[in-house]
Design a protein around this ligand. Sequence first.
Ligand code: FAD
Ligand code: SF4
Length: 510
Amino acid sequence: MKTRKDYDIIIIGSGAGGGTVAKELSSMCADGLRIAVLEQGPRLREDEYTGRESEMAQKLYVDNGGMMTSDGTMTLAMGRLLGGSTVVYTGTSILLPEHVAERWAVPGLDWADLVGRSKKYMGENNVHLQEPEKINDNNRLFHEGCQELGYACEQFPINVKGCKGSGLCNLGCPNAAKQGTLRVQLPAAAANGVELITNCRVERIDGKTLHARIENRDFGEPSAWAPGDYTITAKAIVVSSGSVGSPALLFRSGFGDRLPMLGRYFTAHPALILVGQHAGPITNYQGHPKSYFCDEYMESERYLLETCMYFPFVTAKSLSGFGPEHSALMADMRRLQMILVLAMDPAEKDNRIEVDNDGNPVVHYAFHDTTINALVHSQRTSTRIFFAAGAERVHAPSADRFFIEAHEANRIDDIITRDNFKLGKISIASAHLMGGCRMGGDTAKSVTDAWGRVHGEPGLYVADASLFPQCSEVNPYLTIMGLADRVAQQVREDYAELAAVANTAQESAA
Ligand SMILES: Cc1cc2nc3c(=O)[nH]c(=O)nc-3n(C[C@H](O)[C@H](O)[C@H](O)COP(=O)(O)OP(=O)(O)OC[C@H]3O[C@@H](n4cnc5c(N)ncnc54)[C@H](O)[C@@H]3O)c2cc1C
Ligand code: SF4
């Protein structure tokens, strides 16, 4: 027996996209509209943010952070709780470069309009540059290494308030300092009357009716609704379930035949974590983990380098090889400097999300030649940066040895080679999942228009990273919020007509 609920607007997912739409539409509650956010994950209690790596991975991430592409060559990280991936992101806040919007070439999407909206969230979410005295050695050394080599290097704006420098951003922030949608947009939406329904997985959309199930977990707050199955009606439905979740939900709902581009052109900024070992301890875990990025090779070789600091399990699995050298590296993490590589992968039609027979997402991803070249070139550049910063030895997964010693610095190109880049043996991860419901002009080439309206489906919208027609080339969350802001505006503009259609349908049914 299913419980029925009636709403005017339903938003599915509460991350960068869904949280933004919820807040932007929340003032409509004052006109008597019923709006709800349905989120498959729980709301964690504040005391559950312990910072313990394996415990938090299980509570915060889909598949404990270990979901893999179908051939097992890349792990995909995405948050599954109220606030979505903004609970686990690092909060580096970059605007979409104009050249990227030009490459996207979405009819009706104006770069200045999009960036203007992203800037609004820079204000709302407290984006600023961290004070120089708070920048730790791990970040400072990266900057110095880049300067020594003459590479372009800039400081990241970040969105924290009262940051205590615990370095645990990717395990959720135990100090409530990170200003994601959980801390900013969702409370504002709830204060205006939007209902936040957690532990609520939407299984299927059938016209203007959703089918969802509430299942509480043994952690987090229980849902506002009792466990069980629900049908929920709405006049407008905004799908904000992320780049993997949104296409999967639309496939489960039978849109695959009508929307030939559904799930396609998935991009991921494939990432490598690289480490350099210094002679003695440096400050690396204390302080915000990300202060600088280097875009020296963004255009020519298609990658970005960023500072980072990961935890023992993630670091250990990112190293290639096992045994005494691996143990030696892991034994004293206080000596490690880290760099994150992000490759700007091209949008390929066959890189796609599908669903299996049980309706669960499957991600097919083949590495393009340019992406592999970028991942090899970036290891050489990072190794140079580590040595320029004073590291004694470097571990690069495409090297022909576990450690590259400082005295071998003049042979980096011979030691790190494409031949040594073995897919499946190198740990490649992605935290920037993009595409799958790409914006564009028509159904033959895209899933939605430039305002997130699903082609041929009045009242159905997408507002999240799945809208990206190609990768964003920079950290994506501000762009997702800017796009979601546009979708919210469109929902407002369409709403009177959608309500009139729904009322007519109700009258004729009665
Ligand atoms: C570890 C990590 C670090 C990152 N760091 C940065 C950074 O520093 N800067 C930056 O710009 N970006 C960063 N990102 C990326 C950024 O967080 C994401 O791009 C962004 O949050 C995606 O927004 P979204 O709305 O598309 O999806 P999400 O934020 O992932 O939200 C989707 C939500 O939908 C829910 N959902 C899915 N399916 C269903 C369903 N069927 N029913 C109900 N709910 C559902 C999910 O549980 C989730 O809460 C990082 C990501 C990760 C994982
Ligand atoms: S470094 Fe700052 S933002 Fe990150 S987890 Fe610690 S207090 Fe939170």
